[in-house]
Design a protein around this ligand. Sequence first.
Ligand SMILES: Nc1ncnc2c1ncn2[C@@H]1O[C@H](COP(=O)(O)OP(=O)(O)OP(=O)(O)O)[C@@H](O)[C@H]1O
Ligand SMILES: [Mg+2]
Length: 326
Amino acid sequence: MESKELLLSVKELAVSYRTSEEIVRAVNGVSFSVNRKETLGLVGETGAGKTTIAKAIMSILPDPPASVDGGEILFEENDLLHMPEKEIRKIRGKKISMIFQDPMTALNPVFTVGDQIAEGIRIHENVSRKESEERAKAMLEMVGIPSSRYGEYPHQFSGGMKQRVVIAIALSCNPELLIADEPTTALDVTIQAQVLEMIGNLKEQMGTAMILITHDLGIVAEVCDNVAVVYAGEIVEMGSKEDLFDRPAHPYTNGLFAALPSLAGDQKRLKPIKGLTPNPANLPEGCKFWPRCPYATEECRQENPGLREIGPGHFSRCTRKSQEGC
Ligand SMILES: Nc1ncnc2c1ncn2[C@@H]1O[C@H](COP(=O)(O)OP(=O)(O)OP(=O)(O)O)[C@@H](O)[C@H]1O
Ligand SMILES: [Mg+2]
């Protein structure tokens, strides 16, 4: 068997947003790990806390209002949460980089696309202007844009091409970990597949690990090795892609994945589940899913079960013994 080398380990991460009116408990004790070269999919409804987890790993949470209330984020054994900003800057954009949820605003309209790629390379790799330009041209070609367009501005590019530039920037320093937050949602459906395939190929070539945040189960099926399902700031189920698609154990996962009978299914989006996600400023006692769960018992209302290993590497928070009827 191929040996697995741990790259990132998030332990009991808790993040809240504090305003004068309320405390939003966005992430509540999240733990997961990512091995080198592997792709972990983070899925869950809007507001579940996915972007907050990603920003915590990048150390770019807006403080205030965000506050990390606990936990550890170990990257190559360094605790990112307790590292001086100066050290973090050597990691962010270099060893860990992120493609943001709204990539269309990620490019600066007054600089050429080439310069924007070259700048990141110069900041992190201490190379000459000329070398950074050459490498930026090579990156453009890698994402399928002729290097002759180096001197053009973002407004001269289509949405799909801008997204390719954003990907080129994220990959230009050959990161160990790429966090892609809904990298294709802002794109045309026809271009989504191309861009995704390109991310997959580049990641493969460069040996990059990835955390992919997405609502699209088709993407999860195609790209991810492992999947973590996030609900109300907690992971409710986590395991291999096959565990989640073929043997979902938590009623929430079951609901989300119900549109897909198996990996071979053809319906792609997460299925909306009846009811609303709880307000993170006022989370329910007990299991956070009980108000929407058809199987909730008195025990579920009182006690929030921890993640239990129900199969090798497959974890679920639900205490239900049988999955019958799910
Ligand atoms: N700057 C902020 N100030 C206050 N609350 C915030 C802030 N950013 C996020 N939140 C809240 O934190 C919770 C988690 O938000 P987050 O953006 O992490 O969710 P998400 O899973 O990425 O959702 P989506 O799928 O819509 O991108 C939400 O309730 C959101 O309203
Ligand atoms: Mg988000």
